[in-house]
Ligand binder design. Structure first.
Ligand code: KG4
Ligand code: ZN
Length: 394
C-alpha cells in the first residue's frame, strides 16, 4: 500500500510518500520521500506562529514540497493515481493553516481519484514512534502492547491519554492552561533566547547540569553573548533561583504550566530590581533554564509514572515536539527502569520516544496514523465534507 501524507497544522509544510509492507504479523514502513519546509525563520520575529503568514507560506510551499517528494520517490506526478490514499491532518492546529493542506489534498484527490483519510495531528504524534531504523513493528501482539499510555507534549498540547486498543482513547488529564512547549517558548523569550525556545532552554540547562555551580561564582564573569564582563549577583540572589512544581501532587492527571511560567517572570523581575543587567550573566540564565527544565520534567514524569502504576500500563509512548527534550527522555527512562527493577516478576514496561527527526511536526507520522485507520477500517471517508477543526480532540 502506498500513501501520500500531508501536514500543515502549524508552521511546517510537510509531505511524505510511504510504502507499507505487511509480512505476517509485522508491518514495515518504507519512506519513499519526505520533505519538511519549516517557516521558523519567518515566524521568529513574532516570537511565535502568525496564522495568516503560515497560511500564505503553506499555499506557496505545498506544490514545491510535493515536487521534491516525487523526485525523491522517483515517481512522476501522473503516477499519483497509483497511490492508495491521501492522509491529511484535519486538526487540531491553526484552522487557516489546516485548510491549506485539506484543499491541496482535495485537488489531488479529484485529479487522480484517490480517497482521503482525515488524520488527527495528535494521533500522528503517537504513531511517530513507529518508523525506527530497519525495524519492523509487530502490530498483532496486543497482550504485550496494551494497555498503552501516551504523554503528548507539544507547543499546543500537554495530555496523558490511555490507549486501550488501536484508536480507543481515554484522556486521563491535560494542561489547564499553557502547554509544556508553550511554557518553554515563553520562558525562553523572558531570557531573550530565540524561538522555538525548547531546544535553547534545554541547551543552557544541560550546560549548567554538566558543570553545576553550587553558589554564585566568584571573580569576573564574562557574558558570552557580548564578550563583556557582566554584573554579578549576590549569593542570596543566586540561591533565590528556585521554582515551584505546580500541581505535581494533585490527585488528578492534569498539569499547569502557566503558574511555572509566571514564577519565572516574578523571579526575573525580583532579580532585576537590584541588578537590571543580571540576565547579561550567562551563569544566571543557565541556572534559571535548568531550574525551569527540572520543574517541568519532574511534573511530567511524576504524573506519567502515577498513571502507569494505576492503569497497569505495558507500553508508554511519548510524542510531540517536547519529546525531543533529552532530559525528559533520560528522566522518564530512569523512572520506568526503577519500576521494572522493583517488580521483577511482572512484565517489563516498554517506553518509546520518536527518533530525533520525527519529534517535531512531520508528514510521516500522519501517513502512519492514516494507515492504522485504514487497517482498522475506521474513519475512511471520501473527499467530501472534510473540514478543518482547530480544536479536534483524540
Ligand atoms: O509538536 P511540535 O513540533 O508542534 C506543535 O504541534 O506544537 O512542538 C513544538 C514545541 C515548541 O514549543 C518547542 O519549543 C518544543 O516543541 N520543543 C522542545 C524541544 N524541542 C522542541 N521543548 C523542550 N525541549 C526540546 N528539546
Ligand atoms: Zn505537533
Amino acid at each position: 500500500m502506498k500513501l501520500l501524507a500531508i501536514e500543515t497544522s502549524c508552521d511546517e509544510t510537510a509531505i511524505a510518500l510511504i510504502e507499507v509492507k505487511n509480512k505476517g504479523k509485522k508491518v514495515k514502513f518504507k519512506i519513499l520521500g519526505n520533505e519538511i519546509s519549516s517557516q521558523i525563520e519567518i515566524h521568529k520575529e513574532y516570537g511565535g506562529v502568525f496564522p495568516a503568514l503560515a497560511k500564505r507560506e503553506h499555499i506557496k510551499n505545498l506544490p514545491l514540497v510535493l515536487d521534491k517528494v516525487l523526485k525523491q520517490s522517483k515517481i512522476k506526478e501522473k503516477d499519483l493515481k497509483k497511490i492508495n490514499a491521501i492522509t491529511v491532518t484535519t486538526g487540531p492546529g491553526l484552522e487557516p493553516a489546516l485548510w491549506t493542506g485539506i484543499v491541496f489534498a482535495e485537488e489531488l484527490s479529484q485529479k487522480y481519484n484517490i480517497p482521503i483519510i482525515p488524520v488527527n495531528h495528535m494521533e500522528g504524534h503517537i504513531f511517530s514512534i513507529f518508523p525506527q531504523k530497519g525495524k519492523a513493528f509487530t502490530v498483532e501482539n496486543k497482550k504485550e502492547l496494551f494497555p498503552m499510555l501516551t504523554l503528548l507534549v507539544s507547543g499546543g498540547h500537554t495530555e496523558l491519554v490511555l490507549i486501550k486498543d488501536w484508536q480507543k482513547y481515554k484522556k486521563l488529564g491535560q494542561t489547564r492552561d499553557d502547554a509544556a512547549g508553550e511554557a518553554f517558548d515563553k520562558v525562553a523569550r523572558m531570557l531573550s533566547l530565540p524561538y522555538p525556545g525548547g531546544p535553547e532552554i534545554s541547551r543552557l540547562a544541560r550546560e549548567e547540569r554538566n558543570s553545576p555551580l553550587e553558589e554564585y561564582p566568584q571573580g569576573e564573569v564574562e557574558d558570552l553573548n557580548t564578550s563583556t564582563p557582566s554584573l554579578r549577583a549576590t549569593p542570596q540572589e543566586w540561591n533565590k533561583i528556585q521554582l515551584p512544581r505546580p500541581m505535581i501532587y494533585t490527585k488528578d492527571y492534569d498539569f499547569s504550566f502557566s503558574g511555572l511560567k509566571t514564577a519565572v517572570l516574578y523571579l526575573i523581575r525580583d532579580l532585576k530590581k537590584k541588578n537590571p543587567n543580571i540576565l547579561n550573566n550567562i551563569n544566571i540564565k543557565q541556572k534559571i533554564a535548568r531550574e525551569f527544565e527540572d520543574a517541568a520534567v519532574e511534573t511530567l514524569v511524576h504524573k506519567t509514572i502515577k498513571a502507569i502504576k494505576q492503569y497497569k500500563i505495558q507500553t508508554l509512548i511519548v510524542g510531540g515536539g517536547v519529546s525531543a527534550n533529552t532530559y525528559l527522555q533520560e528522566q522518564m527512562k530512569k523512572a520506568i527502569k526503577e519500576i521494572n527493577f522493583s517488580s521483577p516478576t511482572t512484565k517489563k514496561i516498554k517506553v518509546h520516544f520518536p527518533s530525533k527527526a520525527l519529534t517535531g511536526d512531520n508528514a510521516i507520522m500522519i501517513g502512519i496514523a492514516g494507515y492504522f485507520r485504514i487497517k482498522n477500517k475506521n474513519n475512511i471517508k471520501n473527499t467530501k465534507n472534510i473540514k478543518a477543526d482547530g480544536n479536534l480532540s483524540l
